[in-house]
Design a protein around this ligand. Structure first.
Ligand code: ADP
Ligand code: MG
Length: 240
């Protein structure tokens, strides 16, 4: 459903992404794993149309059987219309709006009130903690709850593909487990997931396919379970 070909991202003198090829199958969970600064967010931001300094190609096929369209140079506003949504790194929720208002923002391009209502229910089913706090201001939520709100908001546009940039960052171990259980669930209900993580163990465990990035390049790829068994991965990313 998404083919990234020979992607390059530069910021002035920094060559952040160097000739990366990534393929994402419809219905799968694909993860990009790598240390801080490896280029993971830059790749996601390129798909989202948030990076200008890119070359290569990003081909997206929204529905099976359709001709692929290039996402190179498209505007971030187009992304949601194409059926892609992003939960950005670092819980970018609006602190002065309530939980429900934040979620409704994720549906801003939609006008089907019934459908939005249904999807709010789905998000509350996935995240019971958000249902309990729907009137609470976003800024008064705990870090973990804000993270969940950001993920929930990304689901409100009814995307076919959702991109999650470090959803487990800074969460307590129990919440990390919960967020990964929810990622699996999001995939089971039909969404393709592109997951960026520093928590290599949890990400490889949940992913059908994974790419390991080091300083802007893919150094290893394969099914998540296979990479979990790979001695190099064990040594470098799973603490030996
Ligand atoms: N807006 C920017 N301006 C300049 N350099 C940037 C910018 N964004 C990212 N970088 C640099 O690009 C590299 C990759 O960053 P990033 O994609 O955020 O990595 P990751 O998400 O894997 O931590 C890093 O060296 C980072 O400092
Ligand atoms: Mg990042």
């Amino acid at each position: 459903m998404l083919e990234i070909r020979n992607l390059d991202v530069r910021y002035g003198g920094i060559h952040a992404v160097q000739g990366v090829n990534i393929s994402i199958r419809r219905g799968s969970i694909v993860t990009l794993v790598g240390a801080n600064g490896a280029g993971k967010s830059s790749i996601i931001r390129s798909i989202a149309g948030l990076n200008k300094t890119v070359s290569g190609d990003i081909l997206f096929t929204r529905n099976e059987g359709e001709a692929p369209m290039s996402l190179m140079g498209h505007k971030p506003e187009d992304m949601v219309r194409h059926g892609i949504s992003l939960s950005p790194e670092g819980r970018r929720i609006l602190p002065h709006l309530t939980v429900e208002e934040n979620l409704r923002l994720g549906a801003y391009i939609r006008s089907d009130r019934e459908g939005i209502r249904e999807d709010l229910e789905k998000v509350y089913d996935l995240f019971p903690r958000l249902r309990e706090r729907l009137w609470q201001k976003g800024g008064t939520l705990s870090g973990g709850e804000q993270q969940m709100l950001a993920v929930g908001r990304a689901l409100m546009s009814r995307p076919t593909m959702v991109m999650l940039d470090e959803p487990s960052l800074g969460l307590a171990p129990l919440l990390v487990q919960e967020i990964f259980r929810i990622i699996r669930r999001i995939n089971e209900i039909g969404m393709t997931v592109l997951l960026v993580e520093q928590n290599a163990y949890a990400a490889l465990n949940v992913a059908h396919y994974a790419y390991i990035l080091e300083v802007g390049r893919v150094v290893l790829e394969g099914p998540g379970q296979e990479l979990l068994e790979n001695p190099k991965v064990k040594e470098a990313y799973l603490g030996g």
